[in-house]
Write a protein that binds this ligand. Structure first.
Ligand code: BGC
Length: 763
């Protein structure tokens, strides 16, 4: 898979800034080995806490500061104290202390990183946007750009210059507890949204991340979203073709957009832990792309090479493997013995000095690009829009565009005025469930306190439809003190009794918040209590609307037929309750589409880009792409209150070569009597290929607003080479032959007239 091109001939992924490069070299030439290794070390903030003060406001320990910065010269700190969000003022105080000490002891500012994963996860009072899976469902690039930009601003209000996102894993296993942290299952969608996020967070110039911008860390490189067991941090088996063609695609696109750092997948691919994979880290990223950014480990993942992955006998050997594979910075995160062992390894000749210099250069370069030497700390008061109405409105609009209407029998929605409703289910009155994990705290616990000013679904419905029309009886509740899946003794009879006096039942069901490994599950089916609740409610004969609220698609095949309508709100964030009320009332129209395949059965998980043999007979017609599959709802599915008709799909050329631009146009007419937004998705099918082709691949999309009776012509552009795939030999190939292009119910045939191969993508 190694390219034969030499590094020198490849254009740098990020253009070099000569002034920065000179500063980096001047500084590097003065640094000792210990100082360089210190820069490569990242510790968690709690290491700096005054011992024994876990339940108190964070206070810096002078003694620990002396060890961390004075003795070990540590270059980077991460995380919120006790994984609890802090006010921007408190952040400014913490960062000021750290920067003053770091500059005094090392002469180099510290690089502080936080998981600001869906808005300001760890900045109290900031705006929490919908989770990335919701952003995927909007199919609206500008919303992703805007959310990144606002989050950067609000993060910088606390002087934090670096976020560990966007996450562009492909969420290809519905069981995986991190499904909601990326933009869905598709490579192209993750690439497009990832790029917008990078531009939103960092701006256009990666060499000069200004006052209101922050650096990104693209994660988790790569293949993290396809664990064989469905459990977090467990092995993936992925063919080299699929790895390069799909999993790599969003990393490539975000690097092209200037991403300054990348975090590595904690697990292994094909038996090789990614943290020790020289090919994937050094060859694919640094050499093939001539990318000069920073590769950071995930949490304790060098240690995991010996404790969990068993490819090293001890920590020292694990460090040697990881650093030689291309790791630049170790998220240790509690222990500085990394510094001691790495120094020994260099002295023993096991790690070359040139590798240490390369890693240090990358880290210093990032610090210069961030302007940390000139402005290590900002003043909170210079960020007057922090947590503002304007920012909240952006989060509300994003939430509205992210919710997906999956079923609407007899147009029961929008809800007619004056209807009496029962709001029920464990997710009806919870800020925690609207937000999911990475919200104020790591697991999202406590959101009901920290986001008390925002509306739950119940509160938003009560405000919208009037308290005389809204009855609340949850029937099932979560045990908020326990594991995310624990529920209290159900009180279903109470909910059923409450249903008798209403016209419509809104059953708000799903999951409590979780993230990472604590979110693992052994059964994707919705909880027994919640299924029971819906079944019992259905016996009242009252129409049921299911509101699905959770981080992954839980199996609901036994209750879906009992519902007149289904809305998947996933994890819409703090403005989710209001957004849902606006949609249910009909003030706003639905426009979200599923960014993943919703499975119908636990034994039948899959993605939309399957192989023809996995489901023969489904592609006869053009619009029955999920008709016979065991998907409850297919990728890209989502209804509106209006109806869109597609017509006149046309292309500028019916035959093409790799360098041609293909311009498709299609007319979209709003046939209903409400305005609406439609995401026009363009799919390709390679009819015959030398390697079994995928049945369909998303190649382009545009979201457009169309007024009642109006027709808009949408233009979607591709390069001929976009229709290539990675062949059995690991090389990209565009093959001669026929392709079918489809959007809505429209199809057009095009023909490729040349076969062309290439190795690495041209940056
Ligand atoms: C997660 C990463 C995260 C890191 C730092 C890890 O456990 O896998 O996504 O960025 O912690 O908080």
């Amino acid at each position: 898979m190694h390219s034969c091109t030499t590094k020198e001939t490849i254009k740098p992924a990020i253009a070099k800034d000569d002034v920065i490069e000179q500063k980096v070299e001047a500084l590097l030439s003065k640094m000792t080995l210990e100082e360089k290794i210190g820069q490569m070390t990242q510790l968690v903030i709690d290491v700096l806490r005054v011992p024994g003060t876990w339940n108190q406001e964070f206070q810096m320990s002078e003694a620990m500061m002396d060890s961390v910065f004075g003795k070990y010269k540590v270059g980077s700190i991460l995380n919120a104290p006790g994984t609890l969000a802090q006010t921007p003022q408190k952040w400014q105080e913490i960062i000021t202390q750290i920067q003053e000490k770091s500059i005094k002891e090392i002469g180099i500012p510290c690089l502080y990183g936080l998981d600001q994963n869906h808005g300001t996860t760890y900045t109290m009072g900031g705006i929490l946007f919908p989770q990335p899976l919701n952003l995927g469902a909007t199919f609206n690039r500008s919303l992703v750009l805007e959310s990144g930009s606002i989050t950067a601003y609000e993060t910088k209000a606390g002087s934090v210059p670096w976020t560990f996102c966007p996450t562009v894993d492909l969420g290809r296993d519905a069981r995986w507890p991190r499904m909601y942290e990326n933009y869905g299952e598709d490579a192209y969608l993750n690439a497009e949204m990832g790029r917008e996020a990078v531009l939103g967070f960092q701006g256009e110039n990666p060499n000069n991340i200004g006052k209101e911008k922050i650096a990104v860390c693209i994660k988790h490189y790569m293949g993290y979203g396809a664990p064989v067991s469905g459990k977090d941090r467990t092995p993936a088996i992925i063919s080299k073709q699929e790895l390069r063609e799909k999993h790599f695609a969003p990393f490539l696109e975000t690097i092209r957009a200037g991403a300054l750092s990348i975090m590595v997948n904690s697990a292994s691919i094909n038996g090789m832990p990614v943290h020790a994979d020289y090919d994937l880290l050094t060859v694919w990223l640094k050499e093939d792309l001539n990318w000069d950014g920073v590769i950071v480990t995930d949490w304790a993942d060098i240690n995991n090479l010996y404790t969990r992955e068993k490819i090293a006998a001890n920590k020292k050997e694990a460090i040697k493997l990881a650093i030689n594979a291309g790791i630049d910075m170790a998220m240790e995160p509690y222990n500085w013995d990394f510094c001691i062992y790495l120094k020994e390894l260099v002295q023993e000749g096991e790690v070359k000095m040139s590798r240490i210099d390369d890693a240090t250069r990358r880290i210093l370069r990032m610090k210069y690009r961030l302007g940390l030497f000139e402005t290590p700390v900002y003043n909170t008061e210079d960020f007057p829009l922090f947590g503002s109405e304007t920012h909240a409105l952006a989060a509300l609009k994003t939430a509205e565009e992210s919710m997906v209407l999956l079923k609407n029998e007899g147009n029961i929605l929008p809800l007619a005025e004056g209807k009496k409703i029962l709001v029920t289910g464990p997710n009806a009155n919870s800020m925690r469930t609207l937000n999911g994990g990475w919200s104020y705290t790591w697991q999202g616990k406590g959101a009901d306190i920290y986001a008390a000013d925002y509306n739950t679904i119940l509160e938003a419905f009560t405000a919208k439809f009037g308290s005389k029309n809204v009855v609340y009886e949850p029937g099932v509740t979560y045990n908020d003190e326990g594991q995310y899946w624990e529920e209290n003794t159900p009180e279903i009879a109470k909910a059923v009794a409450a249903a008798r006096g209403v016209d419509v039942i809104f059953a708000c069901i799903g999951e409590n918040s979780y993230c990472e490994t604590p979110g693992n599950l052994t059964d994707l089916t919705l909880s027994k209590n919640q299924l029971e609740l819906v079944k019992e409610l259905s016996k009242t004969g009252k129409p049921i609307v299911l509101i699905l609220n959770g981080g992954r698609p839980r199996i609901i095949n036994s209750i879906e037929p009992l519902a007149k309508a289904v809305v998947n709100i996933m994890l819409p964030g703090n403005l989710g309750g209001d957004a849902l009320a606006n949609l249910i009332s009909g003030e706003v129209n639905f426009s979200g589409k599923l960014p993943f395949s919703y499975p119908k059965a636990v034994n039948s998980l899959g993605s939309y880009d399957y192989k023809p043999s996995e489901q023969t007979g489904t592609m006869e017609g053009v619009y029955n792409y999920n008709a016979e599959l065991s998907f409850q709802w297919g990728f890209g599915f989502g209804l509106s209150y209006t109806e869109f008709e597609y017509s006149n799909l046309a292309v500028n050329k019916s035959s093409f070569t790799a360098n041609d631009e293909l311009i498709f146009t299609v007319d979209v007419t709003n046939k209903g009597n409400r305005a609406g937004k439609e995401s026009v998705l363009l799919f390709s099918s390679d009819l015959i290929a030398s390697l079994t082709p995928d049945v369909r691949r998303l190649r382009a999309f545009e979201k457009v607003e169309v007024q009642p009776g109006e027709t808009k012509t949408i233009t979607l552009k591709l390069k001929g080479s976009d229709l290539a795939f990675v062949g059995y030999d690991g090389k990209w190939v565009l093959e001669q032959g026929d392709f079918r292009i489809q959007t809505g119910n429209q199809v057009v045939a095009i023909n490729c007239t040349e076969t062309k191969k290439w190795v690495t993508p041209n940056i």
